[in-house]
Design a protein around this ligand. Structure first.
Ligand code: FE2
Length: 298
């Protein structure tokens, strides 16, 4: 017997997304949150100051971002820094810079914790999730990419409306997102929003490297969008408020977004993107895996 029933599968087919409450335990969520703090606590914010924003990624793509496909890397909120490079809120609040970065200025970790971190690896590889992946149509799943998203209080940035297949393209399209609320996601702290049925309107654009990269050491930085259609505004999106432990399954074509977090509560989430091994993974996708560290399934 599967994890999802016929009504859930029909809803996924109809809407392009599915909200599954109580999919993971609060203990599992807590273990992930604690692990995220450990990882960030061990990070020196002076090591690298890469910023993540969906709007600016084309301009700000750098080697640190482009070579994160097999690593755990740290991306800051766009509003994290003052022009002189100090952490804005740390200065305003009179906090130690390094400690401040740990708790408040990081946007996300990316993009291979499902392979590089033991706690996130086991969170990502459960029999229940493998079953859901199979039930929504992934025949030979490969765990491609993971993100630990902090959406920290007051500074957590918005994610503009997009389709995940723009960033994780395969031919045919197989990208499927598994988004986990590790803390309660509400209207106030920047929950997900999605456009019901929006997965039927085709892929609007593709985020690719400027040069096909077969030699990852060649450091061919730079990316652009190949545009096939109009941008999606987010009109018609509905909020997907989610208690901690909720799984949201997202078809790679369904347009979705999340608001900024101006509240005083964080909104930690973990997302895992899975593709099918039977589909072609182009050499100009921004995200590449070195051949010595191949993708694997559940
Ligand atoms: Fe997304």
């Amino acid at each position: 017997m599967g994890v999802l029933d016929a009504a859930q599968l029909n809803a996924y087919e109809r809407d392009g997304y599915l909200v599954v409450e109580d999919f993971v335990s609060t203990d599992a969520c807590r273990a992930m949150v604690e692990r995220s703090h450990e990882i960030v606590s061990a990070f020196d914010p002076d090591e690298h100051r890469s910023v993540f924003t969906t709007e600016e990624q084309e301009r700000t793509s750098d080697e640190y971002f482009l070579s994160s496909g097999d690593k755990t890397r740290f991306f800051f909120e766009p509003e994290a820094f003052l022009p002189d490079g100090t952490l804005r809120q740390a200065k305003e609040l009179g906090l130690d810079q390094a400690r401040y970065a740990t708790w408040h200025a990081i946007n996300k970790l990316g993009h291979a914790m499902h392979d590089t971190d033991p706690v996130m690896r086991s969170f990502s590889r459960t029999s229940e999730l493998a079953s859901v992946a199979s039930e929504v149509g992934l025949v030979d799943p490969l765990l491609l990419q993971s993100m630990y998203i902090f959406k920290n209080p007051r500074i957590g940035g918005e994610v503009t409306c997009h389709q995940d297949s723009t960033f994780l393209y395969t031919d045919p399209l197989t990208c499927t997102g598994f988004w986990f609320a590790l803390e309660d996601a509400t209207l106030e702290n920047g929950c997900l929003w999605a456009i019901p049925g929006g997965h039927r309107s085709g892929l609007r654009k593709k985020f690719v490297r400027n040069v096909d990269v077969t030699d990852l050491d060649s450091n061919q930085a730079g990316t652009h969008f190949e545009v096939f259609g109009e941008d999606i505004s987010g009109d018609g999106a509905v909020p997907l408020e989610a208690r901690a432990g909720t799984l949201v399954v997202l078809n790679g074509l369904v347009p979705h977004l999340s608001g900024a977090n101006r509240s005083d509560k964080s909104r930690h989430a973990y997302s895992l993107h899975v593709i099918d091994a039977g589909a072609e993974y182009p050499a100009n996708n921004w995200l590449q895996r070195p051949t010595e560290f191949p993708l694997t399934g559940f």
